[in-house]
Design a binder for this molecule. Structure first.
Ligand code: DON
Length: 309
């Protein structure tokens, strides 16, 4: 069956599962600027490696805060061309089993974070990208603009300021790592890039398109190589095991493909060799993952049978 005959039916099945749950969960309010988002919004997009785009939900083209989903893209940028190959001496690749902003494990594990998908690990990656390029958030924005073909993707400055005002826990994480010698640039500079990176806004369609290099085994939209096949596989493994905080086991069980979530309510998922899926619903569960985006992805893999298992 042709993709254009197949995916509309998949979208219908996803909406069928999600419709009665729209509005569930709690919008993140620890960053005041995020608390204003309408909890009833929902969007869902599938981007195929052949260039197809299939969307449902009223808000598939509405921009939302990328938040932690940016962690996948900054990791890809430090791994490209092996520029940041020593990043793996500074951050591990194990699930943490703790909240994304937890401090205690970092103290007794000598300032080396468990993985790059939680806040301390992402701060290490941003620090590395800053050392590699001189402008971490600029490099990230450039990648996102190029992959989506939209030169207008940008940081929401109000969200970034709100992040900074409520960012004492991230400051604590960064200074704790600095005390162990695991931060190389000035802490305020690393935090500034991190807060602005989290505050970039994208729609589901843009996010699905931006992540396609992960489904194309490292190939960018223009056909050039961002990552080797092996490094792409490694990033997907980190997404699967660590990408949804301390619910990664639950996601592997329910969804079964690599995912990365953010507290803006978005989730990016990848079916290697086939497509990316971006889902967005602002209401979060207790672990910080979107309730409706998770349900939508679960329905997607149920209906399509796409799974790495
Ligand atoms: O660091 C924070 O608090 C947020 N800006 C990012 C949060 C997020 O999406 C979940 N964190 N891993």
């Amino acid at each position: 069956m042709d993709d254009s005959d197949y995916y509309p039916g998949v979208l219908d099945a996803v909406m069928e599962q999600v419709r009665s749950h729209i509005g569930e969960g709690r919008v993140a309010d620890y960053i005041p600027e995020l608390a204003d988002v309408d909890p009833d919004e929902f969007g869902f997009s599938i981007a195929t490696v052949d260039g197809g785009m299939y969307s449902t939900g009223d808000q598939a083209r509405t921009r939302f805060s990328m938040q932690s989903i940016t962690k996948v893209f900054t990791l890809a940028l430090v791994m490209r061309g092996h520029a940041g190959s020593d990043v793996w001496k500074r951050v591990h690749r194990e699930p943490s089993g703790n909240a994304f902003n937890s401090l205690h494990q970092l103290e007794f594990e000598n300032g080396v974070p468990r993985n790059p998908m939680i806040n301390p690990g992402a701060l290490i990656v941003t620090d590395q990208l800053l050392s590699d390029t001189g402008d971490a958030v600029g490099e990230l924005r450039k990648l996102l603009c190029e992959e989506t073909g939209d030169p207008d993707l940008h940081t929401d400055n109000l969200v970034a300021e709100s992040e900074s005002r409520s960012g004492d826990r991230n400051r604590a994480l960064a200074y704790l790592m600095a005390s162990f010698g695991n931060i190389r640039n000035p802490v305020p500079e690393v935090l500034d890039h991190y807060f602005r990176q989290c505050s970039i806004t994208v729609s589901c369609e843009e996010l699905a398109r931006a992540g396609l290099f992960l489904a194309r085994r490292g190939r960018r939209a223009d056909g050039s190589e961002l990552l080797s096949v092996s490094d792409t596989r490694r990033i997907l493994a980190v997404m699967l095991t660590c990408g949804t905080y301390d619910a990664a086991g639950e996601f592997a069980y329910r969804v079964g493909i690599p995912c990365k979530s953010g507290v803006g309510g978005g989730i990016l998922a990848v079916v290697p060799g086939r497509c990316t899926v971006a889902a967005w619903g602002p209401g979060l569960d207790a672990k910080g993952n979107s309730v409706t985006a998770a349900l939508a992805l679960e329905a997607f893999t149920d209906v399509t049978g796409c799974s790495v298992f």
